[in-house]
Design a protein around this ligand. Structure first.
Ligand SMILES: C[S@@+](CC[C@H](N)C(=O)[O-])C[C@H]1O[C@@H](n2cnc3c(N)ncnc32)[C@H](O)[C@@H]1O
Length: 276
């Protein structure tokens, strides 16, 4: 179910038409659909490293962890916001920094949404195809999203990025951004294992521009009980894994069980209607 999604060429901005094996624009720029089912819409000039974004190991750890349902309350919360604010039967929803596709694929079902998952990591799009081949999975950067202006009902950004002007460009007037960011106490017990000192920062989402109005912002928490395998996956899927010392790594290895705080900020921004 992707008939209302209007993709554009990352090279010239013209509309892309889907053929059997590729997406093609009027200027004959053509993008093959990979064997796994994703398309690569990230031109080299928008690529700032050889393999940008999360690594395969991070993505695999995230998949193992998320598939156990630990973050499903977060997903339910996002779904609730989309149902509440998008007054269309199947909202076109762009998930930016969609990772291995957990939230995108669940949101498709929970909101009857027409979803597109964008991630800068090729491996992320590749893995996402295993979740749902009816979703368009594209390698793309959040700063040049290959979607037509004013074509999306909702943008979701879950522990990823907030790109004000680009989200405003792709959203219809009245469309919403549902953004989830880490709160100040997020994973605090894990941080106490990893670091000698944990500084509590007052975490807030990024400022937003005058194209948007804030509909809601809530700081929410719940606790999850994790065994050693889950803890190691949780560490691997975060940037903390690059910072852990050998000593702390051994400490984590000896931790059989730990209750962890999941603390997130969920905010809903609405694109203002144009006047006149
Ligand atoms: C912390 S992960 C969150 C993934 C997913 N939303 C989730 O919560 O499971 C952030 C994701 O953003 C992607 N990413 C990083 N920079 C990006 C960019 N400039 N454009 C698009 N995706 C990006 C990474 O590859 C990674 O998959």
């Amino acid at each position: 179910m992707t008939d209302r999604i209007i993709m554009i060429c990352p090279l010239c901005g013209r509309k892309l038409e889907k053929t059997h094996q590729s997406f093609c624009c009027k200027k004959r720029h053509s993008f093959d659909i990979a064997r796994q089912g994703y398309i690569n819409l990230l031109p080299v000039q928008n690529k700032h490293s050889l393999s940008p974004g999360d690594t395969r190991a991070m993505l695999e750890a995230r998949r193992r962890f998320l598939d156990k349902g630990f973050y499903e309350p977060v997903c339910d919360d996002i779904a609730e916001k989309i149902r509440q604010h998008c007054n269309v039967p199947s909202p076109v929803t762009a998930d930016i920094g969609s990772g291995e596709g957990y939230y995108t694929s669940l949101l498709k079902n929970k909101c009857n949404a027409q979803c597109i998952g964008f991630d800068i990591a090729k491996e992320a799009s590749k893995m996402s195809c295993q979740r749902d081949r009816d979703i368009i999975w594209a390698v793309a950067t959040a700063s040049h999203i290959p979607l037509q202006d004013s074509s999306a009902d909702a943008v979701t950004a879950v522990f990823s990025l907030f790109v004000n002007d680009e989200y405003a460009r792709i959203l219809k007037d009245g469309g919403i951004v549902v953004e989830v960011t880490a709160g100040s106490d997020h994973l605090t017990e894990l941080k106490h294992i990893i670091y000698d000192e944990v500084f509590v920062q007052n975490k807030q989402p990024s400022p937003f521009g005058d194209q948007f109005v804030l509909l809601s912002q809530e700081d929410k928490s719940f606790r999850i009980g994790l065994d050693n395998e889950d803890l190691k996956d949780l560490l691997l899927m975060t940037p903390h894994s690059h910072r852990i010392s050998r000593e702390k790594s051994e400490r984590l290895e000896k931790t059989d069980r730990l209750d962890i705080t999941v603390n997130y900020i969920i905010r809903v921004l609405q694109k203002k209607e144009k006047r006149g």
